[in-house]
Design a protein. Structure first.
Length: 278
């Protein structure tokens, strides 16, 4: 059958065509069916501005063959677009930077494929993971946030969901994060002029600069627990326990005074006989 349409190879005038956008379609080996440029093609189709000589975006309007990589071109005399494989576009000497547009199309295709694979992976994760585990991943905890971030960025690592140990951990963290908060009870700092033994957890250990005299001092805040509640005291770290770290239990002798603002917070002076006990 002889062709009579205006886009047959013998009638092509390259100057009548302008490049619009790359088109790229998946090959038979591509597992994710990504298509580049179809939004633009569908826009022109909705406006009735697509030449339907071969009735398919993935078939070349010039030769009729199917292609994976090509482009949309505007035919100025008819104000309609055609789709052309890169081989025909180059053979017909269309005015376009073929190397640059091929690279661009390939890059867009690879990025879109990567996004599509990530979305498919996340959907798979959702389908293989129990709802309560997915909910637990939202817990306000560094570990849950880290696992959640990895699931989103690399879902292919979790094709079977989380491991049993990971599920047990995030469920435990979720339970802990959402457990009812027990209001901590406080008691006043002991009121005495005598030196007393203080034993408690170092809840803060930090170096405090002395900007007026130079140098500085290591300070600590110690939490003392009693059967009726806890109280806090602040002062210098004794030299005997200068390696003290936050969370350790320290014991020492000192005189303690109640602070002006909170009766359960005080200051200790001249600590002696200091020892890390746990």
């Amino acid at each position: 059958m002889n062709r009579t349409d205006i886009h047959r190879p013998t009638e092509i005038n390259p100057e009548d065509y302008s490049f619009i956008e790359c088109l790229q379609f998946p090959s038979a080996s591509d597992l994710i069916p990504v298509r580049i440029g179809m939004d633009t093609y569908m826009k022109f189709l909705a406006e009735g501005r697509v030449d339907l000589t071969h009735r398919s975006a993935s078939s070349c309007t010039i030769c009729g063959a199917y292609y994976n990589q090509g482009a949309i071109f505007l035919h100025h005399p008819t104000n309609k677009i055609i789709t052309v494989g890169w081989q025909c576009a180059e053979k017909m000497h269309f005015s376009v930077d073929f190397a640059a547009e091929k690279r661009k199309g390939k890059s867009l295709f690879e990025r879109a494929t990567k996004r599509a694979k990530r979305v498919a992976g996340i959907r798979n994760f959702v389908s293989v993971t129990a709802k309560e585990v997915r909910t637990a991943l939202k817990a306000d905890h560094d570990i849950c946030e880290d696992i959640r971030s990895k699931v989103i960025s690399n879902p292919e690592w979790f094709t079977d969901g989380l491991s049993p140990k990971q599920e047990a951990l995030v469920l435990k963290l979720w339970e802990a994060a959402n457990a009812p908060k027990v209001e901590e009870k406080h008691v006043p700092v002991p009121s005495t002029d005598e030196r007393i033994q203080i034993e408690g957890e170092a809840v803060s250990v930090k170096w405090v600069e002395d900007y007026y005299n130079g140098g500085g001092t290591q300070k600590m805040t110690v939490k003392v627990n009693t059967p009726n509640g806890s109280w806090l005291c602040y002062g210098s770290v004794p030299t005997a326990v200068e390696d003290l770290e936050r969370g350790q239990t320290v014991r020492f002798m000192a005189k303690v005074e109640q602070g002006n603002k909170d009766e359960h917070f005080g200051f200790f002076k001249r600590p002696t006989k200091a020892k890390i006990v746990a």
